[in-house]
Every structure is written in C-alpha cells, then in structure tokens.
Design a protein around this ligand. Structure first.
Ligand SMILES: NC(=O)c1ccc[n+]([C@@H]2O[C@H](COP(=O)([O-])OP(=O)(O)OC[C@H]3O[C@@H](n4cnc5c(N)ncnc54)[C@H](O)[C@@H]3O)[C@@H](O)[C@H]2O)c1
Length: 340
C-alpha cells in the first residue's frame, strides 16, 4: 500500500515501496546520488545504479567544505542544469544534498530517499535545506522543495536502535504540535518490537509526514504557523552544540521535556499532560536530565536564529496536539529554566 501527499503541488511525498517510487518519479534523466558510506555499503544495489558521491558521517560534515567538495565533483562529472540530484540517506545527507541541489547552477531538480526514521518523518519534508557554519547550526540554507520524497519503512530494518529512538523524538514532537491521535497511537502501541512492524511504522511515518506537509503547505517559508515545528528545538540545538555526545533526536527529546515543564510552570499545560509527555519520552528510551550545565545551554540559546535582540520566540505547549508561539525575554527564560 502506498500513499502520496503533496506540498504546494510541487513536492510529492510518497510513502510506500522504494521501487514503485523510483518508477513513478525518475524517468530516464541523468541522476547523481549524494549519500554516505553506510548507505552505500548497505544499499549498494540501489546507490550503485547511479553515479554517486559519498559524504562523511556526522553533524561535523554538514558544512560548506563538504558542499564545496560536492560542487567540484559535480563539475568534474559534467553535471548540468538537467541533472537530477538524489539524496539517499539520513537527515544529514538530505540537508546537504538539498542545499547543494538548490544552489548548484542556481538550482537543479532534486529528490530524496530518506533512510532514517528522523529523515522520513521530518528532515526530508518541507524544503528547508541547510548546513552549519562554524558554531551555528543550519545557519546557511535555502527554502526549495524536493520534487519528490520516497519514504520506504523497509530501510528502518537496518537502522541502529539509537537512530530509531532519535526519529521517535520528532514523531512525538509533531504529535504534540498538532496530532493528539498520533500521540495516543504511539502511547498505545509502542513496544520493543514496534520498529520492525511494517504496518505500524508506515502509519507513524505517514501521519507525521501528513501533519508536517500540511503545515508547510500553509507556510512554506516559515513566516508564521510553520514555526511551531521548532518545538523543543531551541533547547535541543543548544544541547547538541554543548555536547557532541547527543544526536539530534536525543537533544530534541530533552528540549521537549524542558518545554513541557516550562509550559506547565507558565500555567498553560496541565501537570497530567506534562507527565504523559515525559513518560512517553522515557518509554522510548530517552534520559531527560539536562546533560550539560544550564548556563552553557543559555549561552548557546543566545545564538539561536529565532532570537531578535534579547527576545526569543519560544513554542509552548497548550495541550497535547496544540502549541502556541510566545516571545520571551532570554532573562525570563533563564529564570524559569534555572529555578528548580
Ligand atoms: N531540513 C529539515 O527540515 C530538518 C529537520 C529535522 C532534522 N534535520 C537535520 O537532520 C539531521 C539528523 O538526521 P538523522 O537523524 O537522520 O541523522 P544522520 O543523517 O546522521 O543519520 C544517522 C546515522 O544513521 C545512518 N543511517 C541512515 N539510514 C540508515 C539505514 N537505513 N540503515 C543503517 N544506517 C542508516 C547514517 O549513515 C548515520 O550514520 C540533523 O543535521 C538535523 O539538523 C533537518
């Protein structure tokens, strides 16, 4: 069974079997794949069908040096404006591939085959393509929609458990933002064997993708409602920068928990719903203790893109399935976060 969602009638998100998706979206044009060594090794049958470029692992490689290397390789390969770039991999690969494709020769056609859960439910959808600059996460980037995204949950069978959990952090985020039913579905069905349950994972991927696609459809360039998708991310990005031990999803999980507590302290979120959020995150396997000194997190938050002067735009939780954006002075935020 497959389903196709669409953003602004220019980006199709296909959730189903990869071969069916490829048949539908690629019709003999020249394709150059951007991937990483893990995916090339595990899925060489797929990657090896195309000319391909491999990037290094980890957030430290999502930068302009990598981008510059890819531009050079594309030129050596004789890529031109009719070439389609296909990013196959996790969120790091698709962020890099999207940035390269949307800037190379002022933009060429591109599509993604996200292979991580985080990629399928979040990173590959919505056309935000960015890389890090020095200390700053996703600081340069474009808004440009991939022509297609092909999400096949079969890829999740080889994804390490830690990465599956990281993806669940984004699923829980999107559910808190706007899909209470999805939150309850995960609450009711999550178990150790869920990740290998094709039907269950397909529903989770589809529902998460649908909500994100719907929000992006209404606000492609993040001028308004799309900002709610940053729930938990200001704190999460700060943790990621303070400690390299945490991947994106792990840091977002802690960020979600801190925002749930803040929302409760501000009188918005009930204690019962705050605790449901905490207990679901713990059931997934996250440790929710702040792993780095709060002073360091606050320092990093001062660099956040969502800050203007000393006021930060924070997404708060009203209830599971409903969030609100509030502007808060950093000093006030600091007071709430540091008071036990
Ligand atoms: N553009 C956006 O809107 C957006 C949204 C959310 C996150 N992101 C970005 O996504 C990135 C995180 O993505 P991620 O969590 O997918 O990390 P990742 O890309 O590093 O992938 C995690 C690891 O899993 C491996 N992997 C991927 N798929 C696999 C598979 N099927 N089998 C075995 N191994 C596999 C990768 O090689 C990598 O080592 C961050 O840089 C974050 O900023 C972007």
């Amino acid at each position: 069974m497959s389903t196709t969602l669409s953003i602004k009638n220019k980006s199709d998100i296909f959730v189903g079997r990869v071969e069916e998706g490829i048949e539908r979206f690629l019709r003999g044009e020249r394709v150059i794949v951007i991937t990483d060594a893990n995916i090339d090794r595990l899925y060489h049958d797929l990657v090896g069908r195309y000319e391909h470029i491999s990037v290094g692992h980890g957030e430290g490689n999502k930068n302009l040096v990598t981008v510059q290397n890819i531009y050079s390789q594309l030129l050596e390969m004789g890529a031109d404006r009719s070439t389609t770039i296909l990013g196959i991999g996790g969120g790091i690969v698709t962020d890099i591939a999207g940035y390269v494709a949307s800037t190379f020769m002022r933009g060429v056609d591109f599509g993604f085959i996200p292979t991580s859960l985080l990629g399928q439910v979040d990173a590959s959808i919505g056309g935000k393509n960015g890389v890090n600059v020095a200390h700053y996460k996703n600081m340069v980037g474009t808004f440009a929609q991939p022509r297609f995204v092909i999400s096949d949950v079969e890829f999740l069978r080889t994804l390490p458990e830690r990465e599956l959990r990281a993806g669940m952090a984004e699923v829980i985020k999107v559910a808190i933002v706007g899909d209470r039913e999805l939150f309850e579905f995960v609450e009711d069905n999550l178990s150790a064997s869920s990740y290998t349950d094709h039907i269950l994972m397909q529903r989770i991927v589809l529902d998460s993708a649908r909500l994100k696609a719907d929000i992006v459809d209404r606000d492609e360039c993040e001028k308004g409602v799309r900002r709610v998708l940053n729930l938990g991310h200001t704190v999460g990005h700060a943790i990621e920068k303070c400690s390299r031990q945490f991947n994106h999803g792990e840091a977002v999980a802690i960020g979600l928990w801190y925002i749930a507590q803040l929302s409760h302290r501000l009188g918005m979120l009930s204690a019962e719903e705050r605790d449901r959020i905490g207990s679901l995150l713990r059931r997934v396997g996250f440790s929710l203790d702040m792993p780095v000194p709060m002073a360091d997190v606050m320092r990093e938050m001062r660099y956040d893109k969502k800050r203007s002067n000393d006021v930060l735009r924070v997404v708060l939780i009203e209830s599971i399935g409903s969030c609100r954006i509030v502007e808060m002075p950093l000093s006030e935020l600091e007071r709430y976060f540091t008071v036990e």
